[in-house]
Design a protein around this ligand. Structure first.
Ligand code: ATP
Length: 248
């Protein structure tokens, strides 16, 4: 079951944001990063996938059909839950409990705790959602996004509010999740070094179009960084990983 973004057109008034933008098929188990400068339309692509906007309803297909909301787990930019309930209560509420679900009311707390453990945020279980820090909220948002085991994970700058350790923790979890559940992930990433390390493919948006697409090591070089971000850079090899060093 592949995810396909096909000839996506989005305009706000006279302002064209995406012009017939297509991304090749994204396969189960794949993590794909959207990169591009501020305002390039990355979040707009994710909002179109998650149906937060419905400007072009035919362009996002999953297994050849329009993508259903039940198939999507979404972590928006700056995720916050202002509720006066605990993280455990929030996640039990988010879970699809019922006759069609794997979960029953009796085992739902157990399942939530197992999920928190696997993300590495068990210590947040009894914290009040409204009192979480920005980074803690983001990690809880990831748990919310995956709790119903969606086949498509949509993550908007998932590492933006996180310290270095939690950035790796979140991306390692997404890597395991996609692999074990045969799910795909499409995420907006500003940190190109993390995008290189954690993406099977990178989609670079520029001038309303897909400027480049492919394996990160094949498409991210000083020229692409110069063209898109107008920044000088050098790629250094560190333990066989390319690391970008950049300056104006
Ligand atoms: N609802 C809206 N009405 C009008 N213009 C909008 C709307 N949503 C987004 N835009 C415009 O569309 C463009 C793309 O926005 P988008 O949020 O997709 O960019 P982005 O690539 O995610 O940027 P960033 O890296 O800054 O988060 C921006 O110029 C923005 O002002």
């Amino acid at each position: 079951m592949t995810l396909k973004i096909n000839r996506l057109c989005v305009s706000f008034g006279n302002n064209v944001i995406l012009n017939n933008m297509s991304i090749p098929e994204i396969y189960p188990g794949e993590m794909v990063s959207l990169i591009g400068k501020n305002g390039a339309g990355k979040s707009t692509v994710l909002k179109q996938i998650t149906k937060r906007i419905r400007l072009d309803t035919q362009s996002v297909l999953f297994a050849g059909k329009p993508l259903a909301l039940d198939d999507i787990g979404y972590l928006p930019q700056d995720h916050r839950v202002a509720a006066n309930i605990t993280v455990l209560e929030l996640l039990i509420t988010t879970m699809h409990v019922g006759s069609n679900s794997l979960f029953t009311k009796a085992n739902s707390a157990e399942k939530v705790l197992a999920l928190l453990e696997s993300i590495g945020i068990m210590s947040l279980a009894n914290k009040i959602c409204a009192e979480l820090s920005g980074g803690e909220s983001q990690m809880v948002g990831l748990a919310q996004a995956v709790i119903n085991t969606p086949k498509v994970l949509v993550l908007d700058e998932p590492t933006a509010a996180l310290d270095m350790h939690n950035q790796f923790k979140l991306l390692e979890f997404v890597k395991c999740y996609t692999k074990h559940n045969n799910a795909c992930a499409i995420m907006v990433m500003h940190d190109l070094n993390l995008a290189i390390q954690y993406s099977h493919k990178v989609a670079a948006l520029h001038n309303c179009e897909l400027f480049a697409y492919g394996e990160p090591r094949h498409i991210i070089d000083w020229q692409l960084i110069q063209n898109i971000f107008n920044v000088n850079s050098q790629i250094i090899q560190l333990d066989d990983y390319p690391i970008i060093a950049a300056r104006l």
